[in-house]
Design a protein around this ligand. Structure first.
Ligand code: DGL
Length: 259
């Protein structure tokens, strides 16, 4: 079984890509909804949650773990790999490299949580992969919570997102990296603002390809187990609202996980 986790609903964008790539695999999705958002928490807290969830998923039978969260990856993927010695762990990092390669203006932006924006891991990613392209890092407080409450568009968000994106677009940014898995669900609203001026960069498909490389062709029973640390019923109910009805059909009722 492949275990995928996030602070909440954001990692479902990665789960959807994995599920399409491996339609027969058995999957577990763990949402730490009692502690979302991670982006406003300190690294020690995030690390504690990541280690506890990783151990829980392995004890439940997962033999490959996907950290479907940029914030958790930045704060704790190294600690998780050390903890789960021998179990492959795939992390998610903002697509700085593909964005820098594709940029014609040589200016890109990364939208991320506060914790990812300040992380040493993102600074290193930029140092090693921006190839001289100018990178604007933009923390977006409150956006993950917006997705958790399924407020994915509307005039209020349009105004807030325009205030964030317009100065970047005016500065010539032509690639906008979605550096938080929750932001995939804000992509239609963000793409409407960026219109002809910039393209959004999401790594969910690339992460799924990496999972396929590590998992091989899996022939399970196409089961999807949903787990959450608070209000599990909301996790299942959110799937159709996020255009993921195909995952809802694959899943049993979501279960409460007391960790
Ligand atoms: N989905 C997460 C990420 O990719 C974290 C959002 C949050 O909990 O703040 O960064």
């Amino acid at each position: 079984m492949i275990g995928v986790f996030d602070s909440g609903l954001g990692g479902l964008s990665v789960l959807a890509a994995i599920s399409r790539a491996l339609p027969r695999a058995d999957l577990a999705y763990f949402a730490d909804t009692a502690h979302v958002p991670y982006g406003s928490k300190d690294d020690a807290f995030i690390r504690g949650r990541v280690l506890a969830i990783g151990r829980h998923l392995v004890a439940a039978g997962c033999d490959l773990i996907v950290v479907a969260c940029n914030t958790a990856t930045a704060a704790a993927v190294a600690a998780l790999r050390a903890e789960l010695h021998g179990i492959p762990v795939v992390g998610v990092e903002p697509g700085v490299k593909p964005a820098a390669q594709a940029s014609r203006t040589r200016r890109i932006a990364v939208l991320a949580t506060e914790a990812t924006a300040r992380s040493e891991r993102l600074a290193r990613l930029v140092r090693e992969h921006a190839q001289g392209v100018q990178v604007h890092i933009e923390p977006c407080p409150g956006w993950a919570t917006r997705v958790e409450t399924l407020h994915l568009d509307g005039a209020e968000f349009e105004a807030e997102a325009s205030a964030k994106l317009e100065p970047l677009l005016a500065a010539g940014v032509d690639r906008i990296v979605l550096g938080c898995t929750h932001y995939s669900f804000l992509a239609p609203a963000l793409a409407a603002i960026a219109a002809q001026r910039a393209e959004l960069v999401d790594v969910a498909e690339a992460v799924a390809r990496q999972v396929v490389r590590l998992a091989g062709a899996r022939h399970g029973s196409a089961q999807l187990k949903l787990l959450a640390t608070a209000r599990p019923e909301r996790l299942h109910a959110a799937l159709p609202r996020l255009d993921l009805g195909f995952l809802a059909r694959r899943a049993g009722p979501a279960q409460f996980a007391a960790i």
